[in-house]
Design a protein around this ligand. Structure first.
Ligand SMILES: [Zn+2]
Length: 387
């Protein structure tokens, strides 16, 4: 009898410890200022007529799930495809900001546009989400500094110099990585003027998608810390979208920050192979093998999708690597939710972000360090870019 009571007592005690641990990460996550530096919900949901005021059963993001994920500051990426860069990308960018403004006007108690650090503080203190605008692609300024200023005035606080193609003033990683010689690569004279203008305005330069030559040209030109909003470590996953070790060292020297991207394909070099294998398993000879791995993923059953998604340990490995390489002050979060088809297991959508805090705790990160990764580093360089 006495022994049973003792056993019972131990079980209660152990489950008590378990509970505290479970609650510890939840309360820590609530305390943190959580900043996600990159999300494509405008293009992927809002422009397609979906109302993110309500919980959607598709895609990665809506206001209820942002709340559930404990997000305090969300950067909304404005993105326009390459076909429009000469004739309509600037208008397209403005249309997207209009569309975001409509969402904000409908939900003033939950989310509000922030144009600087002070506004972020005010908004988040009221328990609301601060919405920040990032322009993902210099195509949208149509080579005009006046257009850049218009977008800045509407709230854009970073410009990703270019997406996966070259512009007259800047070259991309997707194209640069195809040839060895540096001829014709990097920033033009106008490109350098654009960087100087961004420094003067207080708009962050975002070097995700930028080619290596562009990256180093910017490092020589900018007077402020840069952002690499959604990229990972090339050493672990050799993809042109990720940063090589020498780039990381230069980023640290500049005082900049890299936001880890949640895309399975940038976190695991075997992702595409895995998708293709699962696709074959599901469709046999009936499959359309001309489809890209991304499109094949969309056709997979829920179970196979989950199997294709990278285990969260890969994301943590990238964070560990970056922190070891450049230090805790230079790593942040840039999920790329709604711009990617596959996110890590356990981080299936934005509502799951507390799981990242939990995993960082489990990997032995101190609370102060988790706070830096989850938001403070991004906020620091935003402030350092302000005038
Ligand atoms: Zn991107």
């Amino acid at each position: 009898m006495g022994k049973d009571v003792l056993t019972f007592g131990i079980i209660i005690l152990l489950s008590g410890i378990g509970m505290t641990k479970a609650q510890e990460y939840k309360s820590l996550h609530r305390e943190l200022k959580v900043v996600d530096g990159h999300n494509d919900v405008i293009v992927n949901s809002i422009l397609k007529g979906k109302d993110i005021s309500n919980r959607l059963d598709v895609n990665h993001t809506d206001i209820p799930r942002l709340k559930e994920g404990g997000v305090d500051v969300q950067v909304f990426a404005v993105w326009s495809d390459d076909k429009k860069w000469k004739t309509g990308a600037f208008q397209h960018a403005n249309d997207q900001i209009d569309a975001l403004e409509k969402v904000l006007a409908k939900n003033p108690e939950r989310i509000q546009l922030a144009k600087n650090s002070a506004e972020i503080d005010q908004i988040t203190k009221q328990g609301k989400i601060a919405a920040v605008i990032g322009i993902e692609g210099g195509n949208m300024i149509e080579s005009s500094i006046a257009n850049l200023e218009v977008l800045y005035n509407r709230g854009a606080r970073y410009l990703t110099l270019t997406w996966n193609y070259d512009l007259p003033w800047v070259t991309s990683a997707a194209i640069e990585s195809k040839t060895k010689s540096n001829e014709g690569k990097g920033l033009s004279a106008l490109g350098k003027d654009i960087i100087r203008k961004m420094n003067a305005l207080g708009m962050m330069v975002d070097l995700s998608h930028a080619g290596e030559k562009t990256f180093y040209d910017v490092m020589e030109t900018t007077t402020k810390p840069v952002l690499v909003s959604h990229s990972n470590a090339y050493h672990l996953t050799p993809h042109f979208r990720n940063l090589k070790d020498a780039q990381l060292v230069a980023l640290k020297k500049n005082g900049g920050v890299v936001g880890v991207n949640f895309y399975s394909g940038f976190l695991d070099k075997n992702y595409e192979k895995r998708v293709k294998k699962l696709y074959r398993k599901q469709f046999g000879n009936k499959g359309d093998y001309t489809l890209s791995a991304s499109s094949q993923y969309e056709e997979l059953t829920k179970e196979y999708k989950h199997e294709a998604d990278v285990p969260m340990s890969h994301l943590l490995d990238h964070i560990d690597y970056l922190v070891k390489k450049i230090g805790i002050d230079h790593v942040a979060i840039g999920s790329d939710y709604d711009g990617i088809e596959s996110a890590p297991q356990g981080l299936e959508d934005v509502s799951k972000l507390p799981n990242l805090t939990k995993s960082l705790l489990n990997r032995g990160y101190k609370k102060e360090d988790i706070a830096k990764i989850m938001g403070l580093n991004f906020l620091r360089i935003l402030k350092e870019n302000e005038n």
